[in-house]
Ligand binder design. Sequence first.
Ligand SMILES: [Fe+2]
Length: 299
Amino acid sequence: MTATVQARTGNSFDLRDEAAYTEWRAAKLADSPTSVHDLQVIIEDASSPSALEISQIRDRCQRFNMAVYKVSSVLSKDDVLSLAALFGLNRLEKPLLTGEDGITELSVAGMADSRRGVYIPYSNKQLSWHTDGYYNPTGQWVLGMVLHCVRSAATGGESQLFDTDIAYIRLRDENPEWINALMHADALTIPANDIEPGDVRGAETGPVFAVIDGQLAMRYTHRVRSAVWRDDPATADARAFLRDLLDGGDPLMMTHRLQAGEGVICNNVLHRRTSFENPDQTGQGRLLYRARFRDRVAF
Ligand SMILES: [Fe+2]
């Protein structure tokens, strides 16, 4: 039996409504994935996913905020966008580095002589815990994301995924005051001009957790440099707890090395990537397509 974990009113995230939180928390923890297998859905024909396959992916996203799909054909960027649209992911963010289609290619190839190569998503270095678009202004958060693997690395490049709802539960169970601190409008500031090349954005200050249309959203970076946290004891303690949690691991963190044809579709959960090594042949290195949306996965 599948429990319904969707917050019906948003009161689950109101510290004054303990009953709603308790009910939501119990349902969420009772229906947690036990392995990445619980997230996986095979799509037989990527050009026309079946109603069952679509409902299975929606189901995973509703229960766990993420799904891992697998297709057997090679997908173009347009194919990835078409797939995303099946799940209500339409409002595509178009950052400065993307091509005209708005999908970012994450690879190392060709980056050696460009400024882009110094930014970790475009290198083979470890990429620490974050949610996508954590430097976006309040009101323009990334709520949904697709990460599609075109080619995996020779070694490494493993992804870890952590449901942001579970991170919230771990924090609130430890100290509810930390939720207030992390929902404060000044909780986390990302300084100007330090995210991606050519980025001319100003500093962005905003909360770490926010309730958007009754659903929890999270803005987080594990980086120490280029992140300024609100200077008060509760924020410092909450941040330290969260760092320890993410560094130390949690039974509900999922680890998976995406293979060619696999992808993550999610409500912008916390994620990180290990370092990797590409094959010696040029043009055969790890390549992922990334699309970010202002929408959550629709049910
Ligand atoms: Fe990311």
